[in-house]
Design a protein around this ligand. Structure first.
Ligand SMILES: NC(=O)c1ccc[n+]([C@@H]2O[C@H](COP(=O)([O-])OP(=O)(O)OC[C@H]3O[C@@H](n4cnc5c(N)ncnc54)[C@H](OP(=O)(O)O)[C@@H]3O)[C@@H](O)[C@H]2O)c1
Length: 245
């Protein structure tokens, strides 16, 4: 599918996987609206990718837990680009501990970004996509949306919510020609949830997830890949990275 001139909102674009997705889609000549709370980090990403392709790159400080910020993100994108073609719901947070150590504040922290923010943004983008009878919503979930794991009750529950949301959303809007996809990566080398990157085992690179997004936005108009599960091939502790091929 032709990607030039498409308009994409990417949440959580200030670092990690969102930054890598921004690089990938800029190189595909797409027009990007990058959103996250940290404006200075967003500016850095904007500077990194401004010359990668022919699309315009705009940024907006956005807190997805705030209803007014999610509306402003859509309004600003429409003012600057006139349309929205693709929404990449990538922003997410995690905390990991045993269930009896979790607090209600932890619950709200995780669900407000991973589920409520995604809901608010998607809900307000969908009418635009229905009106133009085209578009694509891509949600970044996790392997944790398919399995449980130790210390992962709240995070895993939030990503299971993303899975159910995505499947149901597809049924709501497929008749309008709108694609809906979800990507479920295994562990990725980012600082997600305060992770120490040099201690990550069995890991993907952020670019591996970006590659999957690149595939989704270029697949044929007759296809809607519903889900991509990405598992790492290497455990960095057990192999010689220099020798991998
Ligand atoms: N890393 C992994 O192992 C892994 C594996 C599977 C799936 N994932 C998923 O991949 C996505 C990206 O994770 P990552 O590893 O790239 O994490 P990261 O490096 O911590 O990046 C998270 C992004 O979300 C943004 N964000 C957090 N709270 C926000 C809020 N209230 N409003 C707006 N933006 C907010 C952050 O920007 P600001 O702080 O500037 O707001 C940042 O850009 C998440 O959905 C995560 O669940 C990660």
């Amino acid at each position: 599918m032709e990607t030039s001139n498409k308009v994409v909102i990417i949440t959580g674009a200030s670092k990690g996987i969102g930054r890598a997705i921004s690089h990938k889609l800029a190189a595909l000549n797409m027009n990007l609206m990058l959103a996250a709370r940290d404006l200075s980090q967003l500016k850095k990403v904007q500077e990194e990718i401004i010359d990668l392709g022919s699309g315009a790159i705009n940024i907006l400080s956005t807190d997805l837990t705030k209803v007014e910020d999610t509306k402003k993100l859509i309004e600003t994108t429409l003012n600057q680009f006139g349309r929205i073609d693709i929404l990449v719901n990538n922003a997410g947070v995690g905390k990991f501990k045993r269930i009896d150590d979790f607090t209600l504040d932890d619950y709200n922290f995780i669900f407000d970004v991973n589920v409520k923010g995604l809901f608010l943004l998607t809900k307000n983008v969908v009418p635009l996509l229905i009106a133009q009878k085209s578009g694509h919503i891509i949600n970044i979930s996790s392997i944790a949306g398919k399995n449980g794991f130790k210390s992962g009750t709240l995070y895993s529950a939030s990503k299971h919510a993303v899975q159910g949301f995505t499947w149901s959303l597809r049924e709501d809007i497929k008749e309008y020609g709108i694609k809906v996809s979800v990507i479920c990566p295994g562990s990725v080398v980012t600082r997600f949830g305060g992770k120490e990157v040099d201690k990550v085992e069995w890991s993907l690179e952020p670019e591996d997830v970006a590659h999957a997004v690149g595939y989704l936005v270029t697949e044929s108009v007759s296809v809607n890949t519903a889900e991509i599960v990405i598992k790492p091939r290497f455990n960095p502790r057990s192999i010689n990275w220099e020798a991998r091929s």
